[in-house]
Design a protein around this ligand. Structure first.
Ligand code: SF4
Length: 341
């Protein structure tokens, strides 16, 4: 194979990714590539530009309504670097509006969805037998099952016990703020769906890596998915790259990441200040220093969720202390089992 990209001869995963990317792009008529401004998408754009040949690629970026200035600046940088246009798409409903209208995200998508369902039916957060609760809340079966730990047929991640001490915490501290997973739906899922519905592209490319973990990565088994009815083919060119492969590629090909990584010291960028993030406290510290206006906005939008999460963490520490089991050893990871963006 022609050596399109430096280093392909030294790293098989990178070599394989390039060969596949070339093959997949050549087999499609019109290609759309989602750019997030994050480090994975920096590699995706680099690969696409290097293997695209005479194919025209439409690059798009979804604005969630709350974004780092560093990300916006990085999009300008990418446009100049590759001589491309990245179309900025507005949100259907900006995240701040979603949160105001429906409620804050708390802990994880699944937890937020279940709590939002329970709140909708005026659930009292009591520890009662499942049959009794199902009679009391007949329209809320799925969330009642989550609450009673009987929802997870295929794995306990769909049960409340997946998050340590969460049930006890909610019984002792029922939520007084509306909780919702809707900002993910309006801020992320719907805009992409709506865009693809209207476009005439036949391949949707984006940067997901299997080794990232989380629901986003584990939702796929392969780097390529054939279109099902009403959708188009999807391709994840860096799906099989590990962190080391990624570093290797970046070094060999001079990939530059946004100031979020190089200056603010963030390890990853997803939605700005998302309360689901296990490193959100560190992110907020950097944000306060480098983008103070954005920090203020985050505190206004998600502050109630940060506070409730803090209460939950303190509750867990107290529980652990009661159990006399290394009370000081609790980490964010203990509490964010199903962290996923
Ligand atoms: S990832 Fe977080 S901030 Fe982003 S849309 Fe989902 S819940 Fe909202």
């Amino acid at each position: 194979m022609e050596n399109y990209i430096d280093g392909t001869e030294e790293n098989f995963a990178v070599f394989d990714a390039i060969v596949k990317a070339k093959h997949v792009l050549m087999g499609h008529r019109k290609i759309v590539v989602s750019i997030s401004g994050g480090s994975d998408s920096d590699i995706v754009i680099d690969i696409c530009e290097k293997v695209k040949g005479d194919k025209k690629i439409q690059y798009i970026w979804f604005n969630t309504g709350i974004e780092y200035q560093a990300t916006k600046d990085h999009l300008d940088f990418l446009e100049k670097k590759y001589g491309v246009t990245i179309t900025r798409l507005p949100p259907i409903k900006p995240i701040p509006n979603c949160v105001r209208e429906y409620g804050v995200p708390f802990l994880s998508k699944n937890v937020s969805e279940m709590l939002s369902r329970l709140q909708k039916y005026g659930f009292k957060f009591e520890d009662k037998p499942e049959e009794e609760l199902l009679q009391e809340y007949p329209k809320c079966k799925r969330a009642v099952k989550w609450w009673c730990n009987t929802a997870g047929k295929t794995g306990k991640r769909f049960n409340i016990d997946y998050n340590k001490h969460l049930k006890d915490f909610l019984i002792a501290n029922p939520p007084t703020i509306p909780i919702s997973n809707k900002c993910c739906i309006y801020g992320k899922k719907k805009p992409a769906k709506e865009y693809l519905k209207k476009s005439d592209e036949d391949l949707n490319v984006y940067g997901v890596r299997r080794s990232e973990g989380g629901t986003r990565a584990t939702a796929y088994k392969e780097c390529y998915t054939h279109a099902k009815r009403g959708s188009i083919d999807t391709f994840r060119p860096i799906f099989w790259l590990t962190d080391n492969d990624k570093k290797f590629y970046e070094k060999k090909n001079g990939v530059t990441h946004s100031a979020c990584y190089t200056k603010y010291g963030l390890k990853r960028t997803g939605c700005v200040g998302c309360p689901y993030g296990k490193d959100v406290e560190d992110e907020l510290k950097s944000m306060k220093m480098f983008e103070p206006k954005l920090y203020k906005a985050c505190m206004k939008i998600f502050g109630a969720s940060y506070e409730y999460t803090k209460q939950y963490r303190q509750f867990c520490v107290a529980k652990k202390s009661e159990e006399k089991d290394n009370p000081d050893q609790i980490t964010m990871n203990d509490l964010f089992y199903d962290f996923a963006r």
